[in-house]
Design a protein around this ligand. Structure first.
Ligand code: SF4
Ligand code: SF4
Length: 341
């Protein structure tokens, strides 16, 4: 569809929030606490922040919660009864304030959840999410979206992308999908018609740092490189990088039993954990941390593009900001590009 561009006054954002609430939308938005900015359910507009480069956690939890019951079971004299979750209970959500590197991550996550098996729960959750992207006016040294196909004003994955026109300015709203149009239809007075506004001069500058196709080509010949050992010496396998990442999709399935009944729960996992590939026989095909680090990079920059035609990294820089031992994925990708084979 053609992109419909409107002007939304800064003061109108609160009115928009109130209209969404009146229309029974559950709103997740960024809030600042203890110098961290995180998405949480917003009961009122007050306290929603726009002053952040990136939230600590990604917004993937809205469609892929970190712990999620996928069925309940019970056993009685007649046998085992199994009840799946009621997909009608999934709320209509507006995800407010998502940076373009996260909105782009929705496409990458969806590619994983729809590769061979179509994940019904994930797809149902996502179908009820309307994404309000907010372009970036500032960046830091961890950001590298422009090296992986994104940019600070990227529209990909947003239903409406808001770009603030200068500090304290009003917003350009790009209406990108039918979901975005349906929001405009319930709040049309707030979306004013406008002449052509160029958003580019209001966006952060993020210099390109590497060529992802070049990295992909190198990785094809790189499996046994000593570089994996050198890069991963510091890694303690804590899994923080996977938990904050907008595109990491690994999960474990656990049964939580209470007597004769219980729940089956899907919970986040990480290829950085030492037990991730541990077999019940005791054999572990990824015995050491360098093999797990290699898997993380190979999966995002070689296996995903080969198998799913998307890369598994949006350049948000979260994994580097969150790492307790300063593993920096950007530096490691640059060093892979610089290796001569
Ligand atoms: S956050 Fe850092 S230390 Fe933890 S698993 Fe990831 S790279 Fe290793
Ligand atoms: S790998 Fe790191 S930089 Fe890339 S999308 Fe995940 S958290 Fe962001």
């Amino acid at each position: 569809m053609n992109i419909d561009k409107r002007l939304v006054r800064k003061d109108s954002l609160e009115k928009l929030f109130d209209i969404l609430k009146q229309n029974s939308k559950t709103i997740y938005a960024p809030f600042s606490k203890n110098s961290k900015v995180s998405f949480r359910e917003a009961d009122s507009f007050s306290g929603i922040t726009t002053d952040y480069i990136q939230t600590t956690q990604s917004s993937k939890e809205v469609a892929f919660p970190r712990n999620e019951k996928i069925l309940n079971y019970s056993k009685d004299k007649e046998g085992m009864k199994v009840k799946g979750i009621d997909l009608n209970d999934i709320p209509e959500v507006v995800l407010w304030g998502v940076r373009p590197c996260d909105t782009m991550g929705i496409g990458e996550l969806s590619a994983i959840f729809n590769w061979d098996y179509k994940d019904e729960i994930y797809n149902n959750r996502l179908s009820r999410v309307t994404v309000f992207g907010f372009s970036c006016s500032k960046s830091d040294d961890y950001c590298f979206c422009t090296s992986v196909g994104g940019n600070p004003g990227n529209t990909q994955g947003s239903d409406i992308l808001f770009t603030q026109l200068g500090e304290n300015g009003d917003y350009l709203a790009e209406i990108l999908t039918d979901k975005g149009s349906s929001i405009v239809s319930i709040s049309s007075a707030l979306f004013e018609k406008t002449e052509n506004i160029e958003k580019e001069k209001f966006l952060a500058e993020v210099p390109a740092r590497f060529e992802r196709e070049e990295i992909r080509g190198k990785l094809e010949k790189f499996f046994d490189s000593q570089l994996w050992v050198e890069q991963s010496l510091k890694c303690i396998g804590c899994g923080a990088c996977a938990y904050v990442c907008p595109t990491c999709a690994c999960f474990d399935i656990q049964d939580e039993a209470h007597g004769k009944s219980g729940s089956r729960v899907r919970c986040w996992d990480s290829c950085g954990f030492s037990t991730f590939t541990l077999h019940t026989s005791g054999h572990n095909p990824r015995e050491v941390q360098s093999q797990r680090w290699r898997q993380r990079i190979m999966h995002k920059f070689l296996i995903m593009p080969d198998r799913l035609s998307v890369y598994g990294c949006t350049g948000c820089g979260r994994c580097s900001r969150a790492c307790p031992v300063d593993m920096n994925i950007l530096e490691h990708l640059i060093s892979i590009q610089e290796v001569s084979l």
